[in-house]
Design a protein around this ligand. Structure first.
Ligand SMILES: [Zn+2]
Length: 261
């Protein structure tokens, strides 16, 4: 092994040698790793997650609206009760006054005073009853707003439950695929020579998840760049067990029958 090879191209890493079959199996490992990354991405970006987040936001806003509407309906119910009690009190007093006058035996001055009070009470009762009617109308509107918002909340809860069920079933499917792929990965990684595996992991870390790429039709499948004449010569003359890397992206280049060498 000459000095340049010991230092590796660009002097950044040690030259690694590995049986060509072991190099080919890196492509299987890469396929499994790519699949694992896709599954993880799918798990993170399920459309149900965004839909659920949006429903959560709406549910929080709706909960506030329900509280406001219930508070208003409650206040109006209190007002209605208060007015009804007042009407009852006014009416009772008028009845008592009438009774006293009917019983007779009262001085004329007192009768006059009672008549005056009965008239005042009648006006007061009419005014309270108008107010009561208005409050009852407002209360009816407030109650119907509460009912409408509660119905909306129920529909939203049902949507959320459905989304959660869809999400969970997607999670279960993805997780079982992840588990199967992880088992495959462990087996493939277990049979790979440790220095080759270490090189692959480093290249994968720097290569956005892709550490090994096929050389196909003189092109690196990792970065899609065609190798130059001198690069091709270097790859062509390299021994089969010599692990070669793309000068451009530094990924491990796997030579196959389709490499066009
Ligand atoms: Zn490349």
């Amino acid at each position: 092994m000459d000095a340049a090879r010991t230092l590796g191209r660009k002097g950044t890493s040690q030259q690694v040698n590995a049986d060509h079959d072991a190099q080919l199996r890196l492509l299987d490992l890469q396929a499994v790793d790519t699949s694992l990354a896709q599954l993880a991405h799918r798990r993170r970006t399920l459309p149900e997650l965004a839909a659920l987040a949006e429903r959560e936001q709406r549910a929080a806003a709706l909960a506030d609206e329900v509280i406001d509407a219930e508070t208003r309906a409650g206040d109006l119910a209190d007002q209605q009760r208060r007015l009804e009690n007042e009407v009852d009190a006014v009416r009772a007093r008028a009845v008592r006054d009438e009774q006293r006058m009917q019983n007779g035996g009262l001085p004329a001055k007192e009768i006059e005073s009672l008549q005056h009070e009965v008239a005042t009470l009648a006006r007061r009762q009419a005014s309270l009853e108008d107010e009561l009617l208005e409050v009852m109308e407002q209360r009816e509107e407030a109650d119907s707003a509460v009912a409408q918002l509660t119905e909306q909340r129920g529909a939203l809860d049902a949507e959320r439950a459905e989304l959660i069920a869809t999400r969970d079933s997607a999670f279960a499917e993805i997780d079982s695929a992840l588990e199967a792929r992880s088992t495959e990965r462990a087996a493939l990684a277990g049979e790979a020579p440790s220095d080759l595996l270490a090189l692959y992991e480093r290249a994968r870390e720097h290569g956005g998840g892709v550490g090994a790429a096929m050389l196909r039709q003189r092109r690196c499948e990792g970065c899609r760049i065609e190798l130059s004449g001198s690069e091709l010569t270097a790859v062509r003359t390299a021994a089969p067990d010599e692990v070669v890397r793309c000068d451009n992206c530094r990924r491990i280049l796997i030579r196959t029958d389709e490499s066009g060498l």
